[in-house]
Write a protein that binds this ligand. Structure first.
Ligand SMILES: [Cu+2]
Length: 232
C-alpha cells in the first residue's frame, strides 16, 4: 500500500513538474516572438535581443528633424547591394534620402543614386565617419557608393540641405546601439535593482540605529524597569 501511494505521489509530482516546465516554455516563446523578427533566421534576432533587449537602433535623435523618417528602418539585410536615392520628395522639396534609414548586412555596398531633383546634393558623415561623396552635385545616377565592413550606425547629411532635414543613416550588421522598446523587462530592470538596493540599505540602517538605541536604553535605564515592581 505504501509503495503504491508513494508511486502515485511521485507520479503526481512528476506530472506537475512537467506541466510547469511546459508552461515556462510556452511563456518564453510568447515573450520572444514579438521581440525578434519572425521571418529572420534565429541568429540575428538572438544577437540583437542579447545585446540590449532587442530594441530598435538608437540614432541619438539624429533623425528626429528628418521629414521622411517615421521611426521605421527599412530592412535591406540579405542584400549585397542596396540603393538609397538622393533627392527624394521630402523636407519641403526634393531634399530627402530615400529611405532615410536603412539596415544592411556587414559587407554590403550602399549605392547612393541621385534623382537629379532638388539641386546639388552630397553624402557626408555627420561625425568622423567614412562617408564623403565630395562636393555637392546634381547629375542623376549613382554618384557615390560605400561598402560597410564594420557593424554600427553611420549617420550622414547632405551638407547644402542639412538644415532642411536632409539627413540619413545606415545601420550595419547586428552590433549597434539600441534603445529600449519600453518593455517591462528592460526598463524596470536596470532602474529597479538600484532602487531596491537603496531601500535595503536604508532599512538596514534603520534597524541598526534602532538596535543600538534599544541597547543604550536597556543599559542606561534597564534598572528602572525593576522599580515599578518594587512599588507594588
Ligand atoms: Cu541635398
Amino acid at each position: 500500500m505504501r509503495t503504491a501511494t508513494g508511486a502515485t505521489a511521485a507520479a503526481a509530482a512528476t506530472g506537475t513538474a512537467a506541466a510547469q516546465a511546459e508552461t515556462a516554455t510556452e511563456s518564453g516563446t510568447a515573450t520572444a516572438t514579438p521581440t525578434g523578427t519572425a521571418t529572420d533566421s534565429g541568429t540575428e534576432a538572438e544577437t540583437e535581443s542579447s545585446d540590449d533587449g532587442g530594441g530598435p537602433p538608437d540614432f541619438g535623435g539624429f533623425l528626429d528633424p528628418v521629414g521622411n523618417f517615421s521611426g521605421s528602418v527599412v530592412d535591406a539585410r540579405g542584400q549585397d547591394s542596396v540603393t538609397v536615392e538622393v533627392g527624394v520628395e521630402a523636407n519641403s522639396g526634393a531634399y530627402g534620402f530615400g529611405p532615410a534609414a536603412v539596415h544592411v548586412d556587414k559587407g554590403a555596398t550602399v549605392q547612393w543614386e541621385w534623382t537629379g531633383e532638388g539641386g546639388g546634393h552630397n553624402v557626408k558623415s555627420a561625425d568622423s565617419g567614412p562617408l564623403d561623396s565630395g562636393s555637392a552635385m546634381s547629375s542623376a545616377g549613382v554618384n557615390y557608393e560605400h561598402t560597410f565592413e564594420s557593424d554600427g550606425i553611420y549617420n550622414y547629411v547632405c551638407v547644402p540641405h542639412e538644415g532642411l532635414g536632409m539627413k540619413g543613416s545606415v545601420v550595419v550588421g547586428s552590433d549597434y546601439p539600441t534603445k529600449s522598446t519600453g518593455g517591462s523587462g528592460s526598463e524596470s530592470g536596470p532602474l529597479g535593482v538600484p532602487g531596491s538596493a537603496k531601500m535595503l540599505g536604508v532599512a538596514t540602517s534603520v534597524v541598526m540605529v534602532a538596535t543600538l538605541g534599544m541597547a543604550y536604553v536597556f543599559m542606561r535605564y534597564g534598572g528602572n524597569y525593576e522599580t515599578p515592581g518594587d512599588q507594588y
